[in-house]
Design a protein around this ligand. Structure first.
Ligand code: CP3
Length: 365
């Protein structure tokens, strides 16, 4: 699928998107808000906007395993476009998963439905580290291809590339799968700081290489997901995680694309996460956006932060909560409306479409 031979009758553009090479993504509300410039309305997109909440997603994924779908540029492009068509969000997020670059360098892992990433042989010793070789752009040529399709198809709608941050990737690798308490991860972090630092450093290089592939192929912004880093206290974050995350942000600073940093339960870490080098810091619903901005400090935009569970309440209640966030964000330098974490699989997609319209209408300037 390219911009010129789109199948008949398949809508591909948002209301504010124009197809073609001349399409001006740079002045889109999303990128303007990332740069803390004035916007016609507050831009909105949702983490996990592509995925199980959409019947059209469930249909195309019917017989295809998650990781297989991530390696097929045509499917990646289609799934990435689905929420843009349906909800008229202000940005697309590249459809993939945080473990894709690890799979690409040969780590034996799979994504188990209803569970998440599972690693066959967890990484816990120095010898295990050798299995984490550097990522070559050739390892993920399908990403370059899919981003190429998407930058054409999306017109004026910007594309967000993403990667998992070193701590969150390390948690899956060390635990061998999803974890509530991250006990083995923390045991390594406290018990062998040198091995831990080397592990995170290798992951930083892999992550940076993966983000570069997406940016060089045309991604207009990148988000670094440190979903589980909220499990740490600030001192531990500063000592054991921040150097690696800083390395990732530093490696892509020269491209000039906005860099977003997000984690769950990170209220006490927001300042330190901003210091790691992001241009935009995402907050979950536990900290109001104005307070998040105060903690992050000047010179950075804020992204967030409706509790994804609120979308299960009646429309009036969703709108009340959204209004509350828009009100709190009024004085901020830059605000991108989002959820405080990903769309939950059972969310009614209409609630998301309605929310986008509400945010656009009630933030129009
Ligand atoms: O729309 C988007 O946001 C892009 C898609 C996206 C996926 N994973 C697709 C996916 C993104 C941004 C991710 C990132 C990701 N993956 C994170 C960081 C974001 C977050 O939610 O905190 C994390 C921690 C993972 C690891 C992971 N992969 C989990 C926890 C799961 C869910 C397990 C389950 O089945 O409940 C996955 C699988 C996954 N990644 C799915 C999707 C759509 C579901 C698999 C499916 O549809 O079969």
């Amino acid at each position: 699928m390219s911009g010129n031979d789109r199948p008949e009758g398949q809508p591909t553009q948002t209301s504010h998107a124009v197809a073609g090479a001349a399409a001006d993504k740079t002045s889109s509300p999303f990128l303007r808000a990332c740069r803390r410039e004035p916007v016609p309305h507050t831009p909105v997109w949702f983490m996990r906007q592509a995925g199980r909440s959409l019947p059209e997603y469930r249909k195309v994924r019917e017989d295809i395993a998650m990781l297989d779908s991530c390696m097929r540029p045509d499917l990646v492009a289609e799934i990435t476009l689905q929420p843009v068509r349906r909800h008229k969000v202000d940005a697309a997020i590249y459809f993939s998963d945080i473990v894709v670059p690890l799979k690409a360098i040969g780590v034996d892992l799979d994504i188990k439905p209803g569970v998440g990433p599972v690693v066959e042989k967890p990484i816990r010793t120095r010898a295990d580290l050798e299995r984490l070789r550097p990522l070559d752009p050739e390892d993920v040529s399908y990403v370059t291809e899919a981003v190429g399709i998407l930058t054409r198809e999306l017109g004026a709608t910007p594309l967000i590339g993403f990667a998992g941050a070193p701590f969150t990737l390390a948690s899956y690798l060390v635990e061998g799968g999803p974890s509530k308490n991250h006990e083995r991860t923390k045991a390594l972090m406290y018990g062998d700081p040198e091995l831990w630092a080397d592990l995170l450093d290798r992951l930083a290089d892999i992550t940076a290489a993966f983000l570069k592939v997406q940016i060089e192929a045309g991604a207009n912004a990148v988000q670094l997901f440190d979903s589980w880093v909220g499990a740490l206290a600030p001192d531990d974050y500063r000592r054991s995680v921040q150097p690696a995350s800083r390395k990732v942000f530093g490696a892509v600073a020269g491209y000039g694309v906005p860099r977003i940093h997000f984690g769950v339960g990170t209220g006490e870490l927001l300042g330190l996460m901003g210091e790691a080098g992001a241009d935009v810091v995402g907050a979950d619903w536990r900290v109001p956006v104005d307070e998040a901005a105060r903690r992050v400090g000047p010179g950075k935009a804020i992204q967030g932060n409706l509790d994804p569970a609120v979308l299960f309440a009646p429309r009036e209640a969703v709108e009340r909560q959204a209004a509350h966030i828009l009100q709190a964000a009024r004085g901020l330098e830059g605000h991108i409306f989002n959820l405080g974490h990903g769309v939950l699989p059972d969310t009614d997609p209409q609630a998301l479409t309605d929310l986008v319209a509400y945010v656009h209408e009630h933030s129009a300037r």
